[in-house]
Design a protein around this ligand. Structure first.
Ligand code: ASP
Ligand code: MG
Length: 805
């Protein structure tokens, strides 16, 4: 035998009642042995209570009563409800005359809701050929005289139930009224609000049912409220003990008295959704699950009261006084936390009781406030409580760290000494984010990383498209979801909290709006975006000045922009300090050698204590191409330069490459990785542009390229046999000192040497260290170009994303 219980919302007119009848019909016709327990339909119980109150106040209740009756007949006009309607008419008239009613009367009134409900369903089932039988639970469940919240008398009730069910063979479906019962004088009683659940579990227990199926309007029990946490998952199975802790269901379906009969008989309870037949719901059994489940629940409409003062230190009896006055004022305290120094105590009360609580406390501690022993009693209303049920302190550091990383600092913490339950009080405006952050951590659900990308030129644009193309794959492989919530150039921005799509360029063009960094920070804040990374693909110095601000507001940084690392040393240093203070990261692998893993390697060697003695190499892709080609071919320098310009290997004004500053900057960045305090001024740069060509427009310059030919023909000719020209950066000197020697120069090297063998537009870096001696570690490959640079930035983003815990 299975017991099927249907709640009021399931039985409402329309889709509800139809579905319920379908479900019962199907199960009955399959030959299953089932018993049905029903609540009153829709909001009937509340309606009846309201009418009763109106009648007792001598208000006009007639219209509402008529509406109630119409509602009851809507699903089937042929339902004979004369008797129940008559009972109601008579009682309401009497109450209206008397101006008062007893709990006993109220039970009689409310019980009509369940009777009408069970009569209707019985009739609808019979119409469909189901052998249904209306069963008035008042003749089965016998209780004490506590009207409104009566206690069943187990022995009597059990006997009645078993007797009754013995009379029916397997094909009859008893349709039983929930909630209602009678005392030994056959007067109607009720089992308390939501009591149909109780009726159902009593029947299950008396009949040794296989299972109790509780049909509700939700899919089951979730790990968190799905309205607030998108990743909330339905819990398939849990134990009664665990279920007991779940505040949300605790009040009705899982009320202690309801589940005790089930626990005693080890009868499983399944929570199902009437409106979703596919769903298997949540199964609750007496079996303890192995790992324990975790669930987040939220308490809103609360206030945080704090009492502070140095006079509280070590004084006995303060807590007792607090509890006593609050108890006298009927204020209940839900969560308390007190520092071991006892200089302050904080606790949570219902929002509506907060003012009263403050008043009585101020009264009680009047003298202490006067003596300045108590400095302040404050009330904070904009707070919420998040409870992690099933959480103990041994692993709490994980969700806690993740909260702090997301700049959510709990106002108060509390763990239950027995059982597993940690509660935190957070600012109300951070609740949404806090829930998602904690949930993501404890369920290892997809980690969402929110990216703001600044600059969408060659590198930025390529990066955005690379990210959009790989999003799915990264979710699959790493459980990380990259969400680009903002794209900006120097003038305009688009913000999309759910992420931009392939049409981002058009969107920015058409819907982009002017912005400041503040706007971006505010947007992230208002939309509760977690795990933020700002990506700088600009070449702007202005933007670099915003770094500190972004870090302070919870952003990690990834950048292809070299400016921040080549500004004066004090700025460089203070940026690192800010990063440490806020525990944020800043990655910029593409600053040197595009996507080649150069900075990472140098950092690792340096950190591990390996002494790096020299770094030397071809740092610039464009100059690499230029000299590799020129050294090999018998072509004038200007022709090779023109070719390089035509194939887009140089900047639009090739002097930016030829002047050597870019190589100088890269060299400085590497030097600083080794903790050298060099400045840009320290770099000696061999500028390849003849002095008289350094001024003037790009156009003018490009007209005079031929002037290079004679100079470079001479340099080439002056070389030793089998040598080639290379434009290199060289960091050397005593690198254990404060500063190193930084040279950018044109050199002639043997063709077979590692610098000499470089081809095309490749970069090469030789890292000399103490352990490697004369055999440097060599990193070589494509060191320039939009797509490899974008890949490098992408790699940095993934590194940061993975390290956010
Ligand atoms: N109809 C009653 C109520 O609304 C009992 C129940 O639904 O379980 O409280
Ligand atoms: Mg109900």
């Amino acid at each position: 035998m299975k017991i099927l219980k249907f709640g009021g919302k399931s039985l409402a007119n329309g889709k509800g009642i139809q579905t319920v009848v379908d479900i019962i019909e199907k199960r009955a016709k399959k030959g299953e042995a089932i018993t049905v327990v029903l609540s009153a339909r829709g909001a009937s119980t509340n309606e009846l209570e309201e009418i009763l109150i109106k009648a007792s106040k001598n208000e006009n209740y007639k219209a509402q009563l008529e509406a109630f009756k119409r509602y009851q007949l809507l699903a089937d006009e042929t339902l004979d409800a004369q008797e129940e309607f008559h009972v109601l008419d008579t009682i309401f008239e009497g109450v209206s005359l008397l101006g008062d009613y007893s709990e006993k009367i109220k039970d009689k009134v409310l019980s009509q809701g369940e009777i009408l409900s069970a009569r209707l369903v019985t009739q609808l089932l019979k119409n469909k050929g189901v052998n249904a039988h209306f069963t008035d639970s008042r003749s089965l469940i016998i209780t004490d005289d506590q009207f409104g919240n009566a206690q069943p008398l187990d022995v009597l009730s059990k006997e009645n139930v078993q007797q009754h069910f013995k009379k029916y063979n397997g094909t009859t479906v008893n349709v039983v009224t929930g909630f209602i019962a009678s005392n030994i004088h056959q007067e109607t009683t009720t089992l308390g609000r939501n009591g149909s659940n109780y009726t159902a579990s009593l029947l299950a227990s008396f009949l040794d049912a296989e299972e109790l199926e509780n049909f509700t309007h939700v899919d089951g029990i979730y790990t968190a409220n799905p309205d607030l946490v998108t990743d909330a998952k339905k819990i398939k199975k849990l134990s009664f003990t665990e279920a007991n802790e779940l505040a949300h269901f605790g009040a009705n379906v899982l009320h202690a008295k309801t589940i005790i009969p089930l626990i005693q008989k080890k009868i499983p309870l399944r929570i199902l959704n009437t409106f979703d037949s596919e769903n298997e719901g949540t199964l609750i059994t007496s079996e303890e699950s192995e790992n324990g489940i975790k669930k987040l629940s939220v308490l809103e409409n609360v206030s945080l009261i704090s009492l502070e003062g140095r006079g509280l230190l070590g004084r006995v009896g303060i807590d007792a006084r607090i509890f006593q006055v609050l108890a006298q004022a009927d204020v209940s305290i839900s969560i308390i936390s007190q520092g071991s120094s006892e200089r302050g105590i904080g606790f949570i009360v219902d929002r509506e009781k907060a003012i009263k609580a403050k008043k009585v406390l101020e009264e009680e501690f009047k003298t202490d406030i006067y003596k300045k022993d108590v400095s302040e009693i404050t009330v904070k209303n904009e707070v919420s409580v998040v409870s992690i049920i099933g959480q103990d302190l041994s692993t709490f550091h994980k969700p806690y760290n993740r909260l702090i990383k997301n700049q959510i600092v709990p106002l108060l913490l509390n763990n239950s000494a027995t059982g597993k339950n940690v509660s935190l009080v957070v600012q109300k405006k951070q609740l949404h984010k806090a829930l998602n952050v904690i949930h993501g951590e404890i369920y290892g659900s997809i980690k969402k990383i929110n990216l703001a990308i600044f600059g969408h030129g060659l590198v930025g644009g390529t990066l955005i498209n690379q990210i959009l193309r790989s999003t799915q794959e990264i979710v699959k492989r790493k459980n990380i979801q990259l969400n680009i919530f903002a794209i900006a150039n120097s003038k305009k921005i688009i913000c999309r909290k759910e992420g931009v799509d392939g049409q981002w360029e058009a969107a920015l063009e058409e819907e982009g709006i002017p912005y400041t960094i503040e706007d971006v920070i505010r947007y992230a804040d208002e939309h509760h975006l977690e795990n933020l990374i700002a990506i700088d693909n600009t070449a702007s110095k202005d933007f670099v000045n915003k770094y500190t601000h972004l870090i302070a507001h919870g952003f990690d940084l990834v950048s292809s922009n070299k400016v921040a690392n080549t500004m004066e040393y004090p700025f460089y240093k203070s940026l690192r300090n800010t990063l440490t203070n806020y525990q944020k990261q800043y990655l910029y692998e593409t600053n040197v050698g595009a996507g080649l893993p150069l900075i990472e390697t140098i950092k690792l060697l340096h950190l591990s204590g390996e002494n790096i003695t020299r770094i030397k190499g071809v740092f610039s892709g464009s100059l690499s191409y230029l000299f590799n080609t020129f050294s090999k071919q018998d072509t004038p320098f200007s022709t090779v330069l023109q070719e390089a310009m035509d194939s887009g290997f140089t900047e639009p004004d090739p002097r930016e490459d030829l002047c050597g500053n870019d190589v100088g900057r890269k060299l400085l960045i590497l030097a600083r990785e080794l903790d050298l305090k060099n400045e840009m001024d320290d770099v000696t740069i061999h500028n390849l542009i003849p002095e008289h060509l350094r001024e003037g427009t790009a156009q003018e310059f490009i007209g005079k390229l031929k002037e290079f030919d004679i100079i470079f023909a001479q340099i080439k000719a002056a070389q030793k046999e089998g040598h080639v020209l290379r434009y290199i950066g060289d960091l050397h000197g005593d690198l254990s000192k404060e500063k190193g020697i930084l040279d950018v120069q044109l050199v002639s090297v043997p063709e077979g040497s590692s610098l000499g063998q470089v081809k095309g537009s490749d970069s090469i870096f030789e890292i000399y260290t103490e352990s490697y001696g004369d055999h440097p570690m060599v990193i070589q490959g494509a060191g320039a170009g939009a797509s490899v640079t974008a890949r490098g930035v992408f790699g940095d983003i993934l590194k940061v994303a993975q390290s956010i815990h």
